[in-house]
Ligand binder design. Structure first.
Ligand SMILES: [Zn+2]
Length: 261
């Protein structure tokens, strides 16, 4: 019987939740082109500054019962959920990679994907100020990830940008309508910089399968004109990329074993 020491996972969770608290600020302020550093957190309704003891990830939300300390305005459940989500990933990454440079690299990458996904979900945009520097920053996978070489990085960027660009171009020619935003193209180029050609193909495949499933689900279960609502593609691509980090290699091998019998 192996006994696991839980101290490190708990510390990693708290660390991640604090980063998640910062990601909430980024998700809220980047689309409004506001500084993510200054001023400190304040209530969007009564504009009062939130003191540090009311800004503790997850716990403050529970103590304040999801309301602003001053004006009692309801605070979205999403804030603590993003903190929990961001807290869980360092723990998962620790169990898969240990405390290693690849683990740290993937955590940064996942944080950026969380921010991009929620901004895309809220505003149907993927800001260039995240995706373009992201392509450059995550090209450092060549240093951090043993399987990635500078050549893999370049192929990943061009495959990620190129494949989606081609699909978007053909869609535009056929339907005379914009099906996919330029933001998705830059996001996939960024994913390509981090994960290479294999990651790009895996991400497009799983992202499309999930996007299609969700679209069909909306058609079946949602009544009225809402069901044709344009679903942003960014969150599905991000989910596909995160799936690749944890299970990509295993799923690819399983897939090829299955189709070759
Ligand atoms: Zn308030």
């Amino acid at each position: 019987m192996i006994s696991y020491n839980l101290t490190l996972p708990i510390i990693l969770f708290i660390f991640g939740a604090c980063i998640g608290s910062f990601l909430n600020v980024c998700i809220f302020r980047i689309p409004e082109k506001k500084s993510i550093v200054f001023p400190g957190s304040f209530c969007p309704v009564c504009k009062k500054n939130i003191p540090f003891y009311c800004n503790i990830p997850i716990l403050s939300y529970l103590f304040l019962q999801g309301r602003c300390k001053y004006c009692k305005t309801h605070i979205s459940m999403r804030y603590p959920l993003v903190e929990i989500l961001t807290g869980v990933f360092p723990v998962f990454l620790f169990f898969k990679f240990g405390l290693t440079p690849p683990g740290l690299f993937w955590f940064c990458f996942i944080c950026v994907l969380i921010v991009i996904s929620l901004i895309d979900f809220d505003h149907q945009i993927i800001p260039d100020v995240i995706s373009l520097p992201g392509i450059v920053i995550f090209a450092s996978s060549a240093f951090f990830i043993p399987e990635m070489s500078p050549r893999d990085v370049l192929i990943g960027i061009f495959a990620g940008g190129g494949i989606l660009y081609t699909i978007a171009f053909l869609y535009f020619k056929l339907k005379k309508a914009q099906g996919m935003g330029g933001g998705d193209i830059k996001l996939l180029a960024m994913i390509g910089a981090a994960t290479g050609l294999k990651g790009v193909i895996f991400t497009i495949f799983t992202g499309s399968v999930m996007g299609t499933a969700a679209g069909l689900g909306a058609l079946i279960f949602i009544k009225g004109s809402n069901r044709y609502l344009k679903i942003p593609f960014g969150p599905y691509l991000s989910f596909g990329a995160i799936l690749y980090i944890f299970f990509g290699e295993g799923l690819i091998q399983w897939y090829f074993r299955t189709i070759t019998g």
